[in-house]
Design a protein around this ligand. Sequence first.
Ligand code: TRP
Length: 381
Amino acid sequence: MLGGIGNRTLLNLSKSDHFRIMPHNLDKNKKIYTTVGSLKKAQTQRKEVFAMRYKVELLTGIRPTGDLTVANYLGAVAPIVELQSQGVSPMVFVADFHAITDNEPATARQYTHGVVADYIALGVNPQKADVYLQSDIAGEVTTFTALLARHVSVAELLRVPTLKDKLKNNARPETANALLLLYPVLMAADILLNRAKKVPVGEDQLAHMEVTRLLARRFNKRYGELFPIPKVLQVKSLRILSLKGEGKMSKTNPGGAIFLTDDAKTVAKKIKAAETAFEGVMNDKLESHILVAKGLAKTESERDEVEAIIQAHKSGKPVMGQFKQLLTHIVQNFLEEFQAKRAEITRDPSYIPSVLEEGVKVARKNAIETLDEVRKVLRFT
Ligand code: TRP
């Protein structure tokens, strides 16, 4: 992932185009997202202006680059599942071209079907969601990427904060591959081919969304009203830390991460070694453990139990041992259910391919329609 840009944006993204989204289990009001600012007016104005309608209500891409952690579930998957339960039909695709910007193609391929199985076992329902593989519409995606790329300058792409950070920290222009430069253009292709309305993204993807919106506006200005402008559904970033407290929980920090593939024994061992806080003290690590406990808890009473222990802790009682026991129990239950479901899903090796085959029908139709129009306005048919 191209990450860590804070909230700098490439262009000024108006606040009114932002949604905020809260992971379901953690929001007291049970309201999962709220519109910030007055969108209504802008939307009605836009309706008159744009002949083009949104085709997909909610679109999200996942990079097939490794095993998921519980932090991935809470931050990226749970919000989609929650929206799905509210009647939204999400479109979810495996972004394998994005994955190969900084991973071996063989690695991306190795994880492709697995990540689909993970998402389904975590609650993405193929009856409601269209799930597809980006490279199954490779012709449309790459053609459109090329056509979009000639509407943005190299200088503009070099100014994208995520790329700048990456070139400063772990890559150099001499060695970074050129696909990295095209990363946001490729993302614009996914979104605009589908004419997606809302794209749920974490903070690290905001700059990329700005490139998408910039390209859509540019196309509209130069060739007529072609694209409805996609909106950012900003997923509130959960600060899920490594169990050991060194940075974020991520697969690059395996000792402090709980993977969805971990067995009960491994979970117990990892949580046992986790750092907490002294009696009466609240710190980042403990707050992160509480987020995990409440986010993965299956029932309200379990969440109440977590809350009661934390209250006791705050009043100075030595309850961290008890807290760890409860956290272990909650995580083990969550993973046991997930792993059983995943095993069931993958028992039939033709199931995931059949899901992707169905999903790509919708994506392909959208992509062909959009690309036809683009070619027409460019007189490149
Ligand atoms: N860049 C996204 C990530 O790293 C993945 C992605 C690719 C994506 N194309 C997209 C997300 C289009 C949303 C919409 O998480």
